[in-house]
Design a protein around this ligand. Sequence first.
Ligand SMILES: C[S@@+](CC[C@H](N)C(=O)[O-])C[C@H]1O[C@@H](n2cnc3c(N)ncnc32)[C@H](O)[C@@H]1O
Length: 238
Amino acid sequence: VPGLRDDLQLRSLLDRLHAQSLAQEGDIRAHFDERGSASVVGTRTELEQGRAFWRDKLVALDADKAQFCYALCRALHARRIVEAGTSFGISTLYLAAAVRDNGGGVVIGAEQEPSKVAVARGHFCEARLEAYIDLREGDILEALRGLKGPVDFLLLDIWTPLARPVLELVAPHLRTGAIVATDNTARRRQEYGALLAYLDDPANGFITQTLPFDGGFEISVKLTESWVANDYSDGDGP
Ligand SMILES: C[S@@+](CC[C@H](N)C(=O)[O-])C[C@H]1O[C@@H](n2cnc3c(N)ncnc32)[C@H](O)[C@@H]1O
């Protein structure tokens, strides 16, 4: 069974990109110190103003979280994955490897910065994973319009104000048992208030838990109504 572990070319690319991302952390910290803000991203207005600063920043998902996403996608036998926030494509590479190793499918990603899209596409070709990636350039809420399901896995690794609107857009296409993973939900708890309220509302059919990765990593499972009610009355249960 092929796997991430065996793809030495991909692993060496990922090591290089994670190192590049880590090397930028000092600049990012200094940026926040200057602004006197503890927020990774700030409000939508601050974001627009800060766009130039973020243009060359990888802000990649941590390697342990990305490996965990790979494992979850293998367990789900994921064939259609949506990723919010592609940047230079590091998490995308893990997700595309999972789809490839599951026998085929697609990772649909979106990135608003054209220069990041160009570099990400280069990484996808270098890893020979481009056939499994549909990267859409532009604002994510536009880029995902017309999305079709079933979606097996959604990664929310985008500026926090966009997390809930993206989830609401994708939710109708999530299959039963699909997983939504959201980065930094412990560190950014307040900023994620709207998203967490949506995930906690029983009407929306998720169970959700913040896992103790650095900054917190939210894992939310989309259930059917009968699973929510723990109803095994059809005779298939224990
Ligand atoms: C945290 S980074 C994603 C990192 C990526 N998942 C990885 O592991 O390499 C978030 C990205 O979302 C992009 N972004 C922010 N707002 C966006 C929007 N409205 N539409 C599309 N992309 C957006 C940013 O340009 C940034 O590159």
